[in-house]
Design a protein. Structure first.
Length: 150
């Protein structure tokens, strides 16, 4: 029996956001790496201890110390300061895979970030419910961080 649209909705995440930052491309890109990596916090404000190896094939992972942690993904593409793309399970420790893409461009004397998160798999309902808010929170921290540095 073919999958229905409702079935597919339960198996996918498709988020698109635009973030306007009053800072240069370079400053915004560096703030993005910081907020996705060492400065990242969870919804309670606790550090996630995320690390990014900012080169093609580099890992994005949560470091719990003593060689423990969670693999989030790999850097699929990076073109400083205009593109950062990841591929992997991210925060989902089950059968799911994501593609996360940040495209940065100059706009109105600042930077426009176009963000896409597409995922497919057995996605938990709680994750589906909170993921948009989670990304929005990270993106707000990127904006504030970059604008504070300009």
């Amino acid at each position: 029996m073919p999958a229905t649209a409702t079935d597919l909705d339960q198996l996918t995440i498709n988020i698109e956001q635009e973030i306007h930052v009053r800072a240069s491309l370079e400053v915004t890109f560096e703030s993005l790496l910081e907020q996705l990596g060492p400065e990242n916090t969870n919804h309670e404000g606790h550090r996630m201890n995320l690390k990014i190896e900012p080169w093609p094939g580099g890992r994005w992972y949560r470091d719990l110390g003593n060689n423990n942690g969670h693999f989030w993904g790999v850097v699929q593409a990076i073109k400083r300061p205009t593109l950062l793309e990841f591929h992997g399970p991210l925060f989902m420790s089950y059968g799911a895979v994501s593609n996360v893409q940040y495209r940065l461009s100059e706009k109105d004397g600042g930077t426009l970030i176009k963000f896409h998160h597409k995922a497919f798999g057995a996605i938990d309902a709680e994750h589906r419910k909170g993921v948009n808010q989670g990304w929005s929170s990270i993106h707000e921290r990127v904006r504030r961080s970059a604008e504070a540095k300009r």
